[in-house]
Ligand binder design. Structure first.
Ligand code: DP6
Length: 360
């Protein structure tokens, strides 16, 4: 008897141009394109094993060892259904001898090796790993199926998940079509193009965030006038400029746009009714340290050293070049002795040091 089982893992990605707002909440179609860096780090991954078997009576998923409900019409069900559909269309309908795995129920076990509550985009790596593992189980791998095609399905699990199907620098093109078939991830540059870039993750708090991304962004779409300005006048030019900066390995431009877009995203959160605050006092203090570090460095004619960015939570991600990483870690640790309690916890989450993460 054959065993049909596959395991895949996917890393977290951190956006430098933020996705915030949906034009279609069911298909998860965004109101603007976004761009992220996929982190290549063993600490921040989801690993998922899928198995198909004729004896299984229902699709079942365990998340970190606990059974998670697969709600009818929900995101998990959509991803599993779409993957089975792709298997049928691309493999089984074309080859009568291929096993009819699309007709079997699946058992899926997924693990995050970082705290789900830490606000570190667990849904992005989680849905990307789920789709990747089903893709392997169903033989939907390159050159038969591209990561961009799989990203169409991961997107329907969680928008940001579509970008974790590629390593390196990845764009999620918002697309124009109502069915979402052009709203997908594309590779801007592989990690090997610019391996000098590192990400430092400073976990300021590992408590679960107050307002989820999903509900927060919907509230922003419904109430913020600033969001319309961001969508029309701000993001398109930034997408083009940061893609060029990545291609040219132009860190100054990359850093300037990354920080500006983080600020713009948190500004539209503040412009939401009622307002959403994701950053706390420590987050803002870290911004001041980075701004000062860059100011001194630019004054000396040495350009930018670091770029901060914040997602839907208080934790800082700092992008910097290899040569500056040590100094930045020392600086962050030196500047926050008074918040040692808070900061130490944070550092404790990942074993006592600020994470120095090489991009994927
Ligand atoms: C601030 O992808 O978690 O991290 O599509 O509703 O699942 P859903 O939202 P999600 O939102 C991520 C928002 C962000 C910015 C980003 O990653 O681009």
């Amino acid at each position: 008897m054959s065993v049909y089982q596959a395991t895949a893992s996917a890393p977290v990605n951190i956006a430098v141009i933020k996705y915030w707002g949906k034009r279609d909440t069911k298909l998860i179609l965004p109101t603007n394109s976004s761009l992220s860096v996929t982190l290549d780090q063993d600490h921040l991954r989801s690993t998922t094993t899928s198995r198909a078997d004729p004896s299984f009576t229902k699709d079942t998923l365990w998340l970190n060892g606990k059974e998670d409900e697969i709600k009818p019409g929900g995101r998990l069900e959509t991803c599993i259904r779409e993957m089975k559909k792709l298997r049928k269309e691309i493999i089984e309908d074309k080859d009568a001898s291929a096993p009819k795995l699309s007709e079997y129920k699946v058992h899926i076990a997924s693990y995050n090796n970082f705290p789900t509550a830490a606000g570190l985009a667990s849904s992005a790596s989680g849905f990307a790993a789920l789709v990747s593992s089903l893709a392997q189980l169903y033989s939907l791998v390159p050159p038969v199926v591209s990561p961009s095609t799989l990203s169409l399905i991961a997107r329907q699990g969680s928008g940001s998940a579509c970008r974790s199907l590629y390593g390196g620098f990845v764009a999620w093109e918002q697309g124009q079509l109502a069915d979402g078939s052009d709203s997908l991830a594309i590779e801007v540059a592989p990690q090997s193009h610019w391996p000098d870039i590192h990400a430092l993750i400073c976990v300021v708090s590992d408590t679960k965030k107050g307002t989820s991304s999903t509900s927060g962004m919907q509230r922003t779409v419904e109430t913020s006038t600033l969001l319309q300005h961001r969508i029309k006048n701000v993001v398109p030019a930034r997408m083009a400029a940061i893609s060029t900066a990545i291609k040219n390995k132009d860190f100054d431009t990359f850093a300037r746009i990354t920080m500006a877009d983080s600020n713009s995203f948190h500004a539209v959160c503040l412009d939401t009714e009622p307002p959403i605050f994701y950053m706390n006092d420590v987050s803002r203090a870290i911004i001041n340290v980075i701004v000062e570090l860059n100011r001194l460095s630019v004054e000396k004619g040495e350009g930018y050293k670091a770029a901060y960015t914040y997602d839907a939570g208080p934790n800082a991600v700092i992008y910097a070049r290899e040569k500056d990483i040590k100094e930045i870690i020392q600086l962050v640790l030196a500047y926050f002795p008074q918040t040692a309690g808070e900061f130490k916890d944070v550092l404790g989450v990942f074993g006592g040091s600020v994470q120095d993460v090489n991009v994927h």
